[in-house]
Ligand binder design. Sequence first.
Ligand code: ADP
Ligand code: MG
Length: 707
Amino acid sequence: MPEQVERRAGELGAHWKALQGPLSEVSGIGRNFLRYLHAMDIEDVEGLLYHFPRRYLDRRRLSRIGDVRIGEDTTVVGTVRKADLNRTSRNRSVLNVAIYDGSAYMYGIWFNQPYHADRLQPGTEVAFSGKVQYRYGRLQMVNPAYDILEDAGDVGSKTVHTGRIIPLHPATQKMGAAMLRRLIMRALEQYGDLPDHIPYGLRLRYGYPHRSQALREMHFPSSAGRLNRARQRMAYDELLVMQVALAMRRQRLKLETQGIAHADPGELIRSFATSLPFRLTAAQEKAFGEISGDMSEPYPMNRMLQGEVGSGKTVVALMALLLTLENGHQGAIMAPTEVLAEQHFNSITGLLAAGLGLRVELLTGNTAAARRREILEAAGSGGLDILVGTHALIQEGVEFKSLGLIVVDEQHRFGLRQRMLLKEKGVHPDTLIMTATPIPRTLSLTLYGDLEVSVLDELPAGRAGTRTLVVGPDGRAHAYDIIREELLKGRQAFVVCPLVDASPAIEAKAAEKEARELSKVFPGSRIGLLHGQMAKAEKDRAMTDFRGGEVQLLVSTTVIEVGIDVPNATVMMVENADRFGLSQLHQLRGRVGRGEHPSHGIFVFDGETEESQRRMRAIAEIEDGFALAEADLEIRGEGSLFGTRQSGMPDMRVARLIRDFRLLKQARADAFDLVEKDPHLQDPEHLLLLQEVTKRFRENLEWLFQA
Ligand code: ADP
Ligand code: MG
């Protein structure tokens, strides 16, 4: 497919090639500039044209220096008239820079930062932002943030910021904003006449400007309104291209891959449902309906089942497995760790009434060789119905007689590439991915946008729930009181030690120390220890002892995060909670409150940063995992999740998922519509769009174009 794109690109060719062309073709870019631009990750003409301002200064909003108010934060623009650098000793200096705008002087003052003098030469036009002070009879700002608008030598040459809105491009010491602006202006003149990959009909529908015009407005806005339209268009553009890629992948899997068309649920499912000691929640019913609907299609299912810990995913997954059995196929369930695989095995065999007569096997690294051979043999001959194991074991290539469904239990999110690896050759089994990580809508429409999503948004009745308490280090005594009270009632508690970046060995040491200290605080209780440095058998022992109630308080590093199920545990105390992500904390508190006893999540914070405070407030106030994940995204910024390397998705230059959520939904609907009608983008009108998709996904073409 990529070759085909390449070939068809030749048909329209010129502009595409030009955009990918070397920067040296922009007039005025010589060897030095080339180096400076490369250092900024600007590699080609397109990189330059899409190097957008990081912000803008609106001249009408600026104060004249003569009109500023003392004590206020202000931005003023003027020309440097005088720059005095006084070195008082070897590494002490004071820099005084006076700017003038025709109304008055403003002084910028820097202590011990002499290097600013190089950039603020007399004649330079500059914007100062900072708090205005009045000292020694003059207006001044200490350490103002500043932006060079025009270098000293350029005054009188053709200026490119005479508009009312001044763009401020990300710049470097070597490649100043003024020069950058000039180069971009030139590139726009040279390459400004670009065709538009957004189909005309869509552009018309939303009244978006043409790409060339939008590019110009992004760099050199003629008005705030036009800039806003341009920005929206660019954001929509990015989202549309991404969604087209997702739609194409999904469409291709549908059209070109052979799957298994399962019949509707029958007797086996019904008798299983009636054998359960509880009734399915409405959310479980709905999710299973969606899953069985997908499984009945002749192409492979790619669905994600999201639900908090304890929301009943396993039951739903098991019903899907039974559906494939009912249709004469086999099923597999894969977990990220052996402990979890065992847990799945136990809960599945527990849920299956003996009467159903199914053969379920567990295959882990501990399985003895002879037993392992036996299991593999049964998988191959069809004598085995459900195989439970770890990802690694099953990826190794167990041969099934006929695998109808793979359930993948993923505690954590994973990127496009991993998702690709899970695919099998030949006839594709249906795939159901379970995740306990609440994934905000913004991400399930993007990072996971090629998957269908079912959500268990309702916990089974009879859960007593968890109260969250956030305390500072001085609240620890109170936390211990709560634990003591619970232990007296016969309940159990988890204490999670701080995350230590240094090394697992140091982390283990910290956990051991914590356990020793807690044994003094709770002298009557048995205290267990669990950390990553322990041998497997030891870990299993610790877990079994805790589950069995012989140990009342379990001190652990985050290894328990992967999920053990102990309904009698009612306290989850997390030390140094600042070091965990909000979703992680939410997962941790989800470990308790699962039984009939009201429970406590206790988070000890000692961070004082603004971010840490916001996180504390969020975890204390927000109970819903999805809302919390959104909050997390907002606090940390999206960049952390959305970088190309980790996710496989192209970078977003303009679009912001939360702010642009409405645009995202629009782009998604438009993209899926378009691809539905033209799955391979063969319509000549879609050729540019296809090129754009190929270009932005160039690092993941395989994902895009192969099943
Ligand atoms: P998850 O996999 O989402 O963490 P599980 O499927 O393991 O959740 O379910 C957690 C517990 O709740 C199990 O003991 C399970 O038997 C029980 N359970 C599942 N669905 C229901 C329901 N509808 N009503 C009551 N209990 C349920
Ligand atoms: Mg489970």
